[in-house]
Design a binder for this molecule. Structure first.
Ligand code: CA
Length: 223
C-alpha cells in the first residue's frame, strides 16, 4: 500500500513512517494539514492516516476539503480525541475508521489493510435529487439520463447544492466553498454561475430543480 500519514508529533510520525515501511508499505509523512491536503489531492494513496489536532488546521477540515473534491481515499483518523462525540463526528465527516491514541501498531496495520480491501468494492460517491444525478468519481452529471456538460466551477457549485439538497445555500456559503473563507469579492459572480447552471439543468424541463430563495440564496429540490 501507498500510505499518507498526516501527523505533527515528530516522534510518532517517525515511528509510523518506519513501522509502515518495515511492513512493506510505501509511506509519505506530512507534519501539517495544508501540506497533507495538497499531497492527498495530488497523490494516489491507498489510505490516509490523519491526526486531528494539527498545528495549522483541524483534521476534520482537511477531511471535508478532501471529500469535497470527490476524493474517496480511505481515511483513518488517529487521534487522542476519543470521546463518543469525537468518534461520531469523525465518521460523520467522511472518515472510514477511527483509532484512539495510544494505540498498538499491529492494530493500526490491520485496520489499514481492512480499509484497503473494502475500498476496492466501494461504490462511487454519488448524489441524486429527483431526476438529477451527480457522480463525484466520474464527474458525470445527468438529468433523466441525459448527460450535462458543466464547467469545473458549475460542477463544484452543483455538488455543493446537492450535498445540501433541500436546504437553503447562501451566496456566502458558495463563495467560501469555491474560493475559501477570506474571499471578499462580488457575490454576483455566484449568480452568473447559477444562471448558467439553470440553463443547463432546468431548461426544457417542466419542473425546475434550482430555486431562488429571495434574500437568502438557493435551494436544490424537486418541488
Ligand atoms: Ca497532533
Amino acid at each position: 500500500m501507498n500510505i499518507l500519514v498526516v501527523e505533527d508529533e515528530k516522534v510518532l510520525g517517525k515511528a509510523l513512517l518506519r513501522g509502515l515501511q518495515e511492513s512493506g508499505h510505501e509511506c509519505v509523512w506530512s507534519q501539517n494539514g495544508a501540506e497533507g491536503l495538497q499531497l492527498a489531492k495530488q497523490g494516489a494513496f491507498d489510505a490516509i492516516v490523519l491526526d486531528l489536532m494539527l498545528p495549522d488546521e483541524h483534521g476534520l477540515n482537511i477531511l471535508a476539503a478532501l471529500r469535497d473534491t470527490g476524493d474517496a481515499t480511505p481515511v483513518l483518523i488517529l487521534t487522542a480525541l476519543g470521546s463518543v462525540d469525537d468518534r461520531v463526528r469523525g465518521l460523520d465527516s467522511g472518515a472510514d475508521d477511527y483509532l484512539t491514541k495510544p494505540f498498538a501498531f499491529p492494530e493500526l496495520l490491520a485496520r489499514l489493510n481492512a480499509l484497503s480491501r473494502r475500498a476496492v468494492t466501494r461504490p462511487a460517491l454519488a448524489f441524486s435529487i429527483g431526476p438529477l444525478q451527480l457522480d463525484l468519481t466520474t464527474r458525470r452529471v445527468t438529468r433523466e439520463g441525459n448527460e450535462l456538460e458543466l464547467s469545473p466551477t458549475e460542477f463544484s457549485i452543483l455538488g455543493f447544492l446537492m450535498r445540501h439538497g433541500g436546504q437553503v445555500v447562501t451566496r456566502k456559503m458558495l463563495n467560501e466553498h469555491l474560493w475559501g473563507e477570506d474571499w471578499g469579492g462580488m457575490t454576483n459572480v455566484i449568480d452568473v454561475h447559477i444562471n448558467h447552471l439553470r440553463r443547463k439543468i432546468d431548461r426544457g424541463y417542466d419542473a425546475p430543480l434550482i430555486h431562488t430563495v429571495r434574500g437568502r440564496g438557493y435551494v436544490l429540490r424537486e418541488i
